[in-house]
Design a protein around this ligand. Structure first.
Ligand SMILES: C[C@H](CCC(=O)NCCS(=O)(=O)O)[C@H]1CC[C@H]2[C@@H]3[C@H](O)C[C@@H]4C[C@H](O)CC[C@]4(C)[C@H]3C[C@H](O)[C@]12C
Length: 329
């Protein structure tokens, strides 16, 4: 399971949890402006916006899971198993729109678009194909969240075509399809950050015996629908200071509300899904913050500390070993 969220204070933040039972060996990866993208069908792009995000680099190619570009547009891919369906690639002379393989989708949008509005234009003239990166890395079944400081959308490629939805909540998990995730919020219309009134029945005066009872009914299990509701409630009620440290700290608390602990979700005999990493990107400053399952210290990589005019990928392996800061020895 995975969860993505956006958050706005003085700057705009976007991030995700990557929940899975194994890691591909992903790294924080910066793609500078002159790294040449050779798209399977859409030709080459030699000069483009720079990106920072999490990617598995295979044969020198950045297979991004989530990223933001230097203009402040961000995007993340989350599992959409059983619902994702892509187009068959057509011969070039049989289509007038750009064909983009699903593994190229993040770089296709983020190298060329500065805003969600521009991304929408690209989406209107695009076919998303199920072309696999390689035999060893077959097609991933995903849907995507795309956001900038002013707008957020979800893109779902399904049997009945490519859907683009406004996302007023700025949260995405896995299944069901996004409209189903949104609809489920109706079931929680009565929850609140405030203590509940006793409205059960006029004859009873019920006692709000604990703090936090306004949120009673919000699910706490790890299913994707439940995580959607939990993170939507947490994010939309979040209050923090505007400064960088306060904003980043609050963001990790928002996604921490759906953190997956080893042992609670068995996917096959003896294999457990865990939150492998949690990310938070300041989209204005191009800083990628992350924690890992065993390293709760927030680590950061700043794209602007690199030579963004280079043509070579820049990778930082995840610092995944946690350290205890002793105070008395
Ligand atoms: C498994 C990851 C999603 C995690 C997730 O959503 N888990 C939820 C599980 S469930 O639904 O609730 O069951 C996805 C997110 C991004 C994916 C990767 C990226 O799309 C980049 C490439 C794409 C290639 O086609 C396959 C390898 C790959 C390297 C993908 C492997 C895997 O599918 C990743 C890592």
């Amino acid at each position: 399971m995975c969860t993505a969220a956006t958050y706005k204070t003085k700057d705009f933040y976007m991030g995700r949890t990557l929940d899975y039972e194994f890691s591909y060996g992903e790294q924080i990866t910066i793609t500078p402006r002159n790294y040449e993208f050779d798209f399977r069908f859409a030709g080459k792009i030699k000069s483009h916006y720079a990106l920072i995000g999490m990617a598995f680099v295979a044969g020198g190619y950045p297979l991004y899971y989530d990223a933001v570009n230097e203009k402040g547009l961000g995007m993340a891919g989350l599992n959409f198993v059983g619902n994702a369906a892509y187009e068959e690639a057509l011969p070039e002379d049989e289509t007038e729109v750009s064909q983009v393989a699903q593994f190229e989708f993040i770089p296709w949008i983020l190298t060329q678009c500065a805003t969600v509005a521009e991304a929408r234009e690209k989406l209107a003239a695009m076919r998303l194909t199920g072309t696999a990166f390689s035999e060893q890395l077959p097609t991933a079944q995903l849907h995507w969240i795309i956001a900038d400081k002013d707008a957020c959308i979800v893109v779902e490629s399904m049997k009945d075509g490519l859907h683009v939805y406004d996302n007023p909540v700025g949260v995405l998990t896995n299944n069901p399809p996004f409209l189903g995730q949104m609809f489920a919020l109706n079931n929680y219309a009565g929850v609140s950050r405030k203590q509940p009134e006793s409205t059960f029945a006029g004859v009873l005066q019920l006692d709000a015996y604990s703090r936090g009872m306004g949120g009673m009914g919000i699910p706490g299990d790890l299913s994707s629908q439940s995580r959607f509701v939990k993170v939507a409630f947490t994010k939309l009620n979040s209050i923090s200071g505007e400064e960088e440290g306060e904003s980043v700290s609050q963001f990790f608390h928002i996604l921490g509300s759906v953190d997956q602990q080893r042992g609670c979700c068995e996917v096959t005999e003896g294999k457990y899904e865990i939150t492998i990493y949690t990310s938070c990107c300041n989209t204005a400053k191009g800083i990628y913050y992350y924690t890992t399952y065993d390293n709760h210290q927030i680590t950061a990589v700043d794209m602007h500390a690199e030579n963004l005019d280079s043509d070579q990928l820049i990778c930082y392996p995840l610092l995944s070993k946690g350290e205890v800061r002793w105070q008395n020895k």
